[in-house]
Design a protein around this ligand. Structure first.
Ligand code: GDP
Ligand code: ZN
Length: 310
């Protein structure tokens, strides 16, 4: 058996990259099943698989899929109970934000982070366009960054135009499988271009392109932007924040709220109105940022959009 990583999945055909960087087209063995998850596709990009070459063929047959450390899923349709796995074994989720041109609302950031927590994917926040942060904008940036850093999220400020911290950004992506998200116009493509000049695809367009006319065939791909460093940009990844979370579990995905919730008077406290709620008390004392608590409340009472972040 040969070991490899799935870097592309089109319908039932998988491109597997071996440790020696060979690309082998593979099918799945008919009876291959993944335990515990009702999904429409058993294998996805990021999966570590084991395959055997078919006799007299240049194609392989995937026999085994290694346990996943995490995966991103979406419902295959709104009504269905079945899931489609978009990506597996993601090392980190990078959210590119800015306090200007365009400004990223903190609630957008919070919804994204909730998804990262739910998927158990470490999140990193990149504050791009740092060259534009002057006066009040600089204060605003410092205030917001402080909130996320004190919760424990890694942050980095960058400027593509001034080539500021671009090497640090490259180091963050090095030897990792990353997903990259953020408002349109914050500089995702510019950042990728700055660290990988040969990689000439606009992030986000890849997924838009493949969405057209591909309703029947599922498609996902990850791109090696430089040596052993991958970006997943694939249909569905834009809806990354769309996770099903039980209302009463939502606070588990706000780490600072979760930490304090053990001090609440009632074990089933929702942190919305209860007397003796340690979370509400902490918001009053500014130990928990008001913007974070507001996001919690807004997501909690969000009925229509099931925690969609964009
Ligand atoms: P995307 O939609 O997130 O991929 O954003 P783009 O990479 O297409 O960038 C949108 C616009 O912002 C372009 O005009 C870029 O030149 C500009 N831009 C990107 N990074 C920076 C930056 O660090 N500073 C400034 N001032 N402009 C930037
Ligand atoms: Zn409480």
């Amino acid at each position: 058996m040969t070991e490899g990583i799935v870097i592309k999945a089109v319908g039932n055909l998988y491109t597997v990259r071996t440790v020696n960087k060979e690309l082998v087209n593979c099918f799945i063995k008919g009876n291959l099943r993944i335990k515990g998850l009702k999904s429409t596709n058993p294998v996805t990009v990021g999966d570590k698989v084991y395959f055997k070459m078919k006799e007299n063929s240049d194609k392989g047959q995937i026999i085994k899929v290694a346990d996943r450390k995490n995966y991103v899923i979406r419902k295959s349709t709104n009504l269905s109970k079945q899931y489609h796995i978009i990506a597996a074994n993601v090392d980190q989720a990078i959210l590119v934000v800015s306090v200007t041109e365009p400004e990223t609302p903190t609630e957008f950031i919070d919804r994204y982070l909730v998804a990262c927590e739910a998927y158990r994917i470490p999140a990193i926040i990149i504050f791009n366009k740092f060259d534009l942060y002057k006066n009040e904008l600089l204060n605003l940036y410092q205030h917001i960054r402080n909130i996320y850093e004190s919760i424990g999220y890694k942050c980095l400020e960058t400027s593509v135009t001034e080539n500021f911290h671009i090497a640090d950004f490259r180091n963050l992506l090095s030897n990792k499988i990353s997903v990259l998200n953020g408002y349109s116009g914050v500089g995702k493509s510019s950042l990728i271009k700055a660290i990988a000049p040969d990689f000439d695809i606009k992030i986000g367009e890849i997924s838009d392109y493949h969405k057209m006319g591909m309703h029947t065939t599922s498609y996902s791909e990850m791109y090696e932007i430089f040596e052993n460093s991958f970006i997943i940009d694939t249909p569905g990844i834009k809806g990354f924040g769309l996770v099903d979370i039980e209302k009463n579990e939502l606070f588990h995905f706000f780490p600072e709220i979760f930490k304090l919730s053990t001090n609440c008077k009632y074990y089933n406290c929702t942190h919305v109105h209860e007397p003796g709620c340690a979370v509400i008390e902490a918001v009053r004392n500014h130990e928990i940022a008001l913007s974070r608590y507001n996001s919690y409340i807004n997501i909690y009472f969000d009925e229509n959009e099931k925690y969609r972040y964009s």
